[in-house]
Ligand binder design. Structure first.
Ligand code: ADP
Ligand code: XUL
Length: 567
């Protein structure tokens, strides 16, 4: 038996056991397999656009040409990806040894199961793959995902019914953002009533994937459930008033909620026979990708700020007493029932950086980095606002806006003036998107009570593999930046949560998450690397003060843009 605890905890994971973590994110399904000493045994992924091109997705989603802001993905694609990923993993990891599997998924997306789907899930035939067997299981063949921004009207209706945006935020953890599942369900009920009427159950992407694995409807976990606007953030129960404000007869369609560390069920016979999982393998509740990243980064220090640079950019930290705001989201911590995570989400993350790379750096990250290095810190006061998608934070429609801020050297916001321009030179464009994203994160994180300046930043997600981008992050926040060994902290977090859920089940009570890893973080895949040391982030006061001024100026210009273009 491997010592799972050390120090405070003497619980143990069985020596020969494996723990599987999956992450059904926007663009791909990823897997991490850990052994009992938390070493990575295997990792793999299925990329939706290139591995499953017959679903016709771009960046994992479909944009509806007939309806502005409607962005969906086919749930059947996620099911087919699961089959494909397990087939890829099987020769490289002995799936018979997997003691528990858990998962992570993009948050907020909703899956509408048709009547009779529970029976189809319970009768999956291992001789055939999942997709053809589930083709008729959906009342809606397309699921609205977190990128969807077509529910502004429903958001305002839900907020009005609940006593206003801030009251809704204080009751459920966030105001009605367009991506939140409640307004999405309301829109389905209002605009496609035949779909809503035919729906037996609504799953989140996380509980949808767990449902496949257990061969029946899995509960929505309390952490991901907080992204719906229908769960009480304090009691973690569904709120009757919020359910009523959303859609009729909703409670039965949502089902019960469960803690993230709970067992969703044993793995279904389909997976036992087709992929040789042991029939004793436990499926631990799936949760959202940001909560799983928090687990994978073992984030628990209140002075730490995590920044995830994936399809979405997110900024999050841990707190015991979150204050509701109009900008952020509050989710329960999936591995510590006493604390919460506060999160900011930007829609223009990696895909917008890629767009600028393609326009100004010949589609090459190497050239993008060279341009970044050619340009000076502060970018000569050039501020860019690049919204290739309708942005969440600030709520602005598609459009690029560029300004040159003059008199930064005056040191006074009052004397700084901005001039709007059409375009910058290519190197400045490239620096403007990166600096602009981090200036915005710093400003909004501070407004939401996240630790600014942080003691340190832990960066994760696809773009955290880019050291030049991390250097700029360190300069703007004025702190060192760490990265985890792997940029995919969500599937790693899911594998750790699988081990945690397994231990909780074995003990028949909640055990601290640190029991899974304490005493050996530095010897495992969980250890952090110092990516930008203290000295490198040029922590000189003048530079930091200048960035502080630019943050304020940027927030001021954001307000003006909202007045001009805001939805
Ligand atoms: P998600 O989990 O949301 O699907 P990931 O965290 O896997 O996304 O991130 C994928 C993104 O990482 C890609 O869209 C790509 O733009 C970005 N990326 C990969 N390598 C680099 C790099 N060297 N520099 C900047 N961005 C990168
Ligand atoms: C968080 C959010 C996104 C998705 C996709 O609220 O909407 O980060 O989870 O990753």
């Amino acid at each position: 038996m491997a010592d799972a605890g050390g120090g405070c905890c003497s619980l143990r994971l069985p020596d020969d056991s494996l723990f599987l973590g999956l992450d059904c994110s926007t663009q791909s399904l990823k897997a991490t397999v850990l052994d009992a000493s938390l070493g990575i045994v295997a990792a793999d992924s299925v990329h939706f656009d290139s591995d499953l091109p017959h679903y016709g997705t771009h960046g994992g989603v479909r944009r509806d040409p007939a309806e502005r802001g409607r962005i969906v993905s086919p749930p059947l694609m996620w099911a087919e990806a699961l089959d494909l990923l397990l087939a890829r993993l099987r020769p490289r990891a002995d799936l018979r040894r997997v003691a528990a599997v858990s998962g992570s998924a993009q948050q907020h997306g909703s899956v509408y199961w048709a009547r009779g789907a529970a029976a189809a899930l319970a009768a999956l035939d291992p001789a055939r793959s999942l997709a053809p067997q589930l083709a008729a299981a959906f009342a809606a063949p397309e699921s609205p995902v977190w990128m969807d921004s077509s529910t502004a009207a429903q958001c305002r209706e839900v907020e009005a019914a609940m006593g206003g945006a801030l009251r809704l935020a204080s009751l459920t953890g966030c105001r009605a953002h367009e991506r939140c599942t409640g307004p999405q369900i309301r829109k389905m009920h209002q605009t496609r009533p035949q779909v809503y009427d035919a729906t037996e159950r609504v799953s989140l992407v996380s509980s949808f994937m767990a449902s496949l694995l257990v061969g029946g409807y899995a509960c929505i976990d309390e952490t991901d459930g907080a992204g719906m606007n229908i769960m009480d953030i304090a009691t973690r129960q569904l709120r009757e008033d919020a359910l009523q404000a959303t859609a009729p007869n909703l409670k039965g369609r949502i089902g019960k909620l469960a803690p993230a560390h709970a067992v969703a069920g044993k793995i279904a016979p389909y997976f036992v026979q087709r992929f040789q999982f042991a029939s004793s393998c436990l499926v631990i509740q799936w949760s959202g990708d940001n909560p799983n990243s928090l687990a994978g980064l073992t984030l628990s220090n209140p002075g730490d700020l995590a920044i995830s640079l994936g399809t979405s950019d997110t900024v999050f930290g841990v707190t015991e007493s979150p204050e509701p705001t109009l900008e952020g989201n509050i989710f329960p911590n999936p591995v510590d029932p006493k604390t919460y995570m506060v999160l900011l989400c930007y829609k223009n993350g990696s895909l917008t950086r890629e767009d600028l790379r393609n326009r100004y750096a010949e589609g090459s990250w190497d050239m993008f980095n060279r341009l970044l290095e050619e340009t000076a810190l502060l970018n000569g006061g050039k501020l860019g606002f690049y919204y290739k998608e309708h942005e969440i934070l600030p709520p602005l429609p598609v459009g690029f806006h560029r300004y040159i801020v003059k008199n930064l050297s005056s040191g006074s916001l009052d004397q700084m003036v901005e001039e709007e321009v059409d375009e910058f030179d290519p190197p400045s464009e490239v620096r403007a998107i990166i600096e602009g994203q981090f200036l915005s994160m710093r400003g909004h994180a501070e407004q939401c009570g996240l630790p600014v300046p942080p003691k340190r930043i832990i960066a994760t997600g696809g773009a955290s593999s880019n050291p030049i981008i991390l250097k700029i992050m360190a300069s703007i926040f004025g702190c060192p930046v760490y990265t985890s060994q792997r940029s995919d902290s969500a599937s790693l977090g899911a594998a750790l949560r699988a081990a945690h859920g397994w231990l909780c089940n074995q003990q028949d009570e909640f055990v601290p998450f640190s029991c899974v890893y304490s005493g050996r973080i530095d010897r495992t895949s969980l250890s952090m690397k110092l990516a930008v040391p203290f000295g490198d982030c040029k922590r000189d006061t003048e530079l930091l003060n200048n960035y502080t001024l630019l943050v304020r100026k940027r927030l001021e210009i954001e307000q003006k843009l909202i007045e001009r273009f805001g939805r």
